[in-house]
Design a protein. Structure first.
Length: 336
């Protein structure tokens, strides 16, 4: 059964968030449309391309979020400079020189928390977990070339410096799931889906420092050449683990993130895929970001304009200070 979001929204646009909203402990399985419409700000969403659906199989409820050739670059009324999104596409999937045009038209169908009190504070550590898959729609296939910038989840500072990109982003350029972080003006891919078998971490193995998969300059007006991150350090059980993300085109996947974005000395991100630890990133810091900054989380489609249609099916979005609350399969990696 499909229910188009526009019908319900008209009656809910002025419903206030309950008092419990002041703590960032949220879990949406998209089974209650009323709850979802209170929790999320839909000012960047296309309501006629959202459906709440049910299935006889797991997951039994999910949100279908569609994007197609007609989807605009819809924006909220400007709340801060963070509403000016990723203005340059330094693609880490395409070969050098094949990145998208810096002023290419954009499309979006995104959700973010309705209450800004749910934006993460700089001194806090939170876990974010998303269960989702991505499919072609309206008879189209997922683009596999062309360096189409495509973000499906992102974390951004409320107040930005000269680098306007997400500090942490879950990307889907050319249909390949990958994760990037920004350090200065250097964008680094720190995990991606690959052809390597998804193997468990070797018993007794220890975390060691590894290099990013690829880094490119992400500075408007300059070519996306290779760069060296000024502060970023990565830790994994092996560098091969960085290429073991699952493929959301094939099946439902759960991506879980530990996020602490308090400054260059204590910034920490961890990535888990279907409960398995992939990598820890420390010390990354975007250029000239003001201190004491909240972090805004968004999920959904944000891409360079293309003619193909695609659905992001989202079965769960959970945010909590407690890892077990959002993903019981996660076993946090050793140390900090």
């Amino acid at each position: 059964m499909k229910t188009i979001g526009r019908i319900l929204l008209a009656g809910l646009s002025f419903v206030a968030i309950a008092p419990w909203a002041w703590a960032i402990d949220r879990d949406d399985t998209f089974k209650d449309q009323n709850y979802s419409y209170r929790l999320w700000n839909l000012c960047e969403a296309e309501m006629n391309m959202l459906w709440f659906e049910k299935s006889e199989h797991e997951p039994v409820t999910y949100l279908r979020n569609r994007i197609d050739a007609s989807t605009p670059d819809k924006k909220c009324e400007k709340e801060s400079d963070s509403d000016f999104d990723d203005g340059y596409s330094a693609s880490l999937v395409a070969p050098a020189g094949d990145e998208a045009e810096p002023n290419a038209p954009l499309q979006r169908n995104e959700f973010r928390f309705a209450d800004t009190a749910d934006w993460q504070k700089p001194a806090e550590t939170h876990w974010y977990s998303l269960r989702f898959k991505v499919t072609g729609a309206e008879g189209d296939q997922i683009p596999s070339s062309g360096a189409i910038r495509w973000i499906t989840a992102q974390w951004k500072y409320k107040h930005l410096g000269p680098n306007k990109s997400p500090l942490l982003a879950q990307r889907f350029d050319d249909g390949i799931l990958h994760v990037t972080v920004e350090d200065g003006f250097c964008r680094c891919m720190i995990a991606k889906a690959g052809s390597l078998p998804n193997m468990a971490n070797a018993p007794g193995s220890a975390l060691g420092e590894v290099d990013p998969l690829r880094c490119r300059l992400n500075k408007k007006g300059e070519p996306a050449t290779e760069c060296k991150p000024p502060r970023l350090k990565l830790y994994a059980y092996s560098r091969g683990d960085l290429e073991q993300l699952p493929d959301p085109k094939k099946d439902w996947v759960t991506m879980t993130y530990r996020v602490k974005a308090g400054g260059e000395n204590d910034t920490l991100y961890e990535i888990y895929a279907d409960g398995r630890f992939i990598v820890r990133a420390k010390y990354a810091r975007q250029a000239d970001v003001p201190p004491g900054n909240q972090v805004k989380f968004k999920f959904g489609h944000y891409r360079d304009r293309t003619t193909t249609a695609a659905d992001m099916l989202v079965a769960r979005v959970c945010v909590s200070p407690n890892a077990e609350r959002c993903d019981r399969s996660v076993r946090p990696a050793e140390g900090e």
